[in-house]
Each structure stands twice: as C-alpha cells, then as structure tokens.
Write a new protein. Structure first.
Length: 530
C-alpha cells in the first residue's frame, strides 16, 4: 500500500511542500535577522548620538558630574538601554547601571519648605523595592543625596515592559510612591549584547564617548515569532498537501483502477469487459485505446471460434462427401476381385461407375482446393475490363441444352454500355454455379433470367428463377460449405454457392440472395466497377 502510486504522489506533495516552506523560512529568517540587527544598530546609534549632543554642554568648559549622571539615568530610562558617559581616556563619568525593569522614573516638584540648594525640577530614580526615595543635591561643588520630604509632590512615570516595547504610565501623587515589585512583564524581551558608542564633540578629538548597551533584543523576539509562524505555515501547508494529494491521486489512480479491473475481467475470460471513458486526457486516451484493443481481441477470438467451428463442420462435411465415393470404389474393387471381373458386362458396369466416382472425387478435391485458396487470398486473379453480356453468354451456353430438355426457359437481359473489372474465368464460374443451382430448383415450365445492371458505383450480375423459393430458416446458411436444406431432394455437393461467395469476396464484392417461398429466388453478385 505504501508503495502505491497514490501514496508516493501524496508523499511527493508533502515533501515538496515541506522543502519549499523550509527554504523560504530559512531565507526569510536570514532577511529578518539582518534587518533586525541593522535596526538595532541604527536605533542605538541614533540614541547615542542624541545623548552625546546633550552631554556636550555638561563636559565643556567644566565637567558637571551630577548633570551627566542625571542625563545617563534619564536616557537609560527613556531609551531602555544602559547608558555610560566616558571621558576621552575611557574613564566612566556617569553610569545608569544595568537595566532593572522594576525601576521607576520620578519627577519631584519642590515644595516651599525644601532646601533651596536642591536642584529645581530635580529628577531621581527610585531604588529597587524596599529602598528609600532620595534626591541628588549639589552643595559646595560636590554631589550628594538627600531624602525627599513627605510634603513633596511627585509625578511618577512607570515603564511596563512588553514583548513589543515599553508602555509608559504617568501617576501624580503627594504620597510617598509605593515601590512595586511586579512591574516587570513576564513577556519582556531578552537583553541584547550589542554595544554602540558615539563621540562627544569633534569626532577627531572627542571630549568623551556615550556608550549604549543592554537594550531589548527585539530581533530575537522577531526571529522567534517568524520561526513559529513558518512552523505553523509549514504544518498547515503539509496538511493541505496531504488533502490535495488525496484528491489529485484519487483522480489519477481511479482510471488506473478501472483499467486494472477490466484487465482482470479479460484475463478471467470476459472479453466483453470495457473501461468507462471519462475525460480526454492521457488516461482517457489510454482507456480508449484499451477498449479498441479489447474490441479487436474480442472480434479476433470470435472469428477464431467461428473459424474453428466452421473447420469442424468442414471436416465433418468433407469426410461425409468423400466417404460416399470412396466406399463405392472400395465395393466395386471387392466385387471385381471376387469374380465379377470374369463377367464382361459386370466388369464394364463397375469400371464405368468407378470412373464416375473418381470424377466426382476429383471435382470435390479440386473445388475444395480452389475454395481454400480463394479464402486465404492466395488465388491469382487476372483482372481486366469485360463486357458483362459476354460473361453472361459464356456462363449460360453450357446449360441451354439442359434447359431445353427440362422445359425451362432460359433468357438473358443484356446491359448497355457497362464494363466490369474482374477475372473473367472466375466470374464465369460463379455465374455458372448460380445458373446450375437455378436449373436444379426450377421445375419444368419455369423461367430463369440472367442479367446485368449498374447500381450506384457497383455492377450487379443476377440470376432470377421461378422455383419454389428458399425456406427463411435456410436462407442465412445457403452460402456455407456443404450446406443443403433438409427438405431439398436435389443432388449436389453443397460447394457451388460457397465457391461463388469466395469469388465475389476475392474481387472486393459480395453475393446475396433474395427469396420467398412459392415466389422463386434471385441471386446477385455485386462487383466494383473499377
């Protein structure tokens, strides 16, 4: 079953689909990966250059560490990447630290009772859960931190991480902001290991560098999503390929199954089995050719069976026809051996009868041989154009005296301007057989008419008699060898009409009979005119 054409076709569909989807998937993942990496580089580079522009005033003419730290933390929160600001010796001036998704960004609005040395509109970062909210202060040129008083207004900006970026939430409160440990989204993307830096100031002699790292690795998330999409697409395409393969293979293998069924029926002896014709494709043409072959085989076997039956009948009839003269000759020979030879009268009678039987044997064997040669197509025909009136005259001449003795009128109906392309000797023999047959079955006082005429593209030579006619049961068999009606008392071997039929067929024509009981018969030989 697994080796059948149907399942091999389905397997090829599935294999082709999986290979195609896999190849497209590998190519698409490569394109997506390159695009994501380039987008990440462009994203970090653009942010680093923007921070570098903002850091330049804080590094010239003097370095303002607090402002740089505040800038680093702010850019880290907004850009969602670790930000470091370095001097030209690559020493760290400000560092936002590793990205902690639980951190929150807070604007502190100073109240009237706050220390005037506090920086206006200061920006702070809340410590991890459990920490204390403090503000950076700058006193005596140094940077320090002071705890935020309770009457301070807060604008808290929370960043909630998702698989597709950060979502900002703004809260305004006068209470100490509550630190939440559940800010981090479970679906937050992994961090990238890529590091990008941008110079601060002139690129030839920079004052320092801004370094961004640890940003969200959206490329990995995009690749994983694309990979899952292609896995699902490949699975769906494979399932669709199985369904399509089943439908297509059903249409392709159904004609083959019908052809197999027909061949099995023919091999079991049912030569009438045929394949139903459906469609005009290659399978339809194959079924049509198979049916033509089956039709020819059936016809050939039917013809072989008919020839076998005819051969059996021929052997039986020939044996019967030959047995009579052979038996007679054997009897005459025994009588002559037993003393009849001494009687001149008996000897002369037996010798005369023996000669008659020998002539009969010679006639039978000669006609059987001639008939077999005609049927096998081995007889050489000397064809040329002839006047049918001459053929009729030659064929009827030997029977005129016999017709006069029987009291039968023998007349000829001539044909004007008609030519027949035939072997003259063979056609004369065929007409003689018909005339002889008509004389046998036409009683005294009857009439026999022989004539010729043109009908369409054929010439007809016919013999009509006024005899008793032919029984309808005998009419289909009168051209068979050795066939004689059971009700017929006329003498004959039963070969005359068979020979006539073989001569007509050898000329590419035919012979047929029209008859009705009590109204005579009409035999017609049809021959091509050229």
């Amino acid at each position: 079953m697994s080796g059948s054409i149907r399942w091999r076709l389905i397997g090829s569909y599935v294999l082709l689909t999986v290979v195609t989807v896999s190849a497209i998937g590998v190519l698409a993942l490569s394109v997506v990966k390159q695009h994501a990496e380039q987008q990440e580089i462009d994203y970090l580079t653009a942010n680093a250059e923007a921070v570098a522009q903002q850091a330049l005033p804080y590094m010239w003419p003097a370095t303002r560490s607090y402002a740089l730290q505040e800038l680093a933390q702010t850019s880290a929160f907004l850009g969602n990447a670790r930000t470091r600001i370095l001097n030209y010796r690559n020493q760290v001036l400000a560092d936002s630290g590793p990205r902690d998704e639980s951190q929150e960004f807070v604007w502190v609005v100073p109240s009237s009772g706050m220390d005037p040395q506090l920086v206006d509109s200061s920006v702070v970062m809340m410590l991890p859960p459990g920490g204390t909210l403090v503000m950076p202060i700058q006193r005596d040129g140094s940077l320090g931190y002071q705890q935020v008083s309770s009457d301070t207004n807060y604008v808290i900006v929370r960043r909630v991480e998702t698989a597709w970026g950060s979502r900002l939430v703004f809260e305004v409160s006068q209470d100490q902001p509550a630190l939440s440990s559940s800010n981090t989204a479970k679906t937050a993307p992994p961090r990238s290991q890529r590091v990008v830096s941008a110079p601060i100031g002139d690129a030839g002699s920079p004052l320092g560098y801004v370094e961004l790292s640890g940003g969200p690795d959206f490329g990995a998330q995009a690749l994983e999503t694309t990979r899952r999409a292609f896995v699902l697409a490949g699975s769906g395409a494979a399932l669709l390929a199985v369904i399509v393969g089943l439908l297509v293979s059903q249409g392709l293998t159904a004609p083959l199954r019908r052809l197999t069924t027909a061949t099995e029926q023919m091999s079991s002896g049912n030569l009438s089995a045929r394949v139903p014709l459906q469609g005009q494709d290659e399978f339809g043409q194959l079924a049509g050719q198979f049916n033509v072959m089956a039709e020819r085989l059936e016809t050939s076997f039917a013809e072989l069976a008919a020839e076998r039956d005819a051969l059996r009948r021929f052997i039986a009839d020939a044996s019967h026809e030959l047995r009579t003269p052979i038996t007679a000759l054997k009897t005459f020979n025994e009588l002559l051996q037993n003393g009849a030879a001494d009687d001149p009268a008996a000897r002369a009678e037996f010798l005369a009868e023996s000669q008659a039987q020998l002539d009969h044997l010679e006639w039978i064997t000669h006609n059987l041989l001639d008939l077999s040669r005609l049927d096998a197509g081995l007889a050489d025909l000397d064809k040329s154009n002839h006047d049918p009136n001459e053929l009729i005259e030659a064929a009827t001449a030997p029977f005129k005296a016999l017709a006069i003795d029987k009291g039968t009128r023998l007349s000829v109906k001539p044909a004007a301007r008609l030519r027949v392309f035939c072997d003259r000797a063979r056609i004369e023999m065929a007409l003689s057989n018909l005339v002889d047959n008509a004389l046998k079955f036409t009683p005294a006082g009857g009439e026999i008419e022989i004539g010729a005429q043109q009908v369409g593209e054929v010439a007809q030579l016919w013999v009509r008699d006024s005899g008793a006619g032919i029984d309808p049961a005998d009419l289909p068999h009168i051209f068979e060898r050795f066939y004689r009606s059971k009700n017929s008392s006329a003498r004959g071997s039963g070969l005359g009409l068979a020979i006539t039929q073989s001569i007509a067929q050898a000329h590419g024509g035919r012979v047929y009979a029209e008859s009705a009981l009590g109204h005579g018969s009409r035999f017609v030989i049809e021959l091509p005119m050229s």
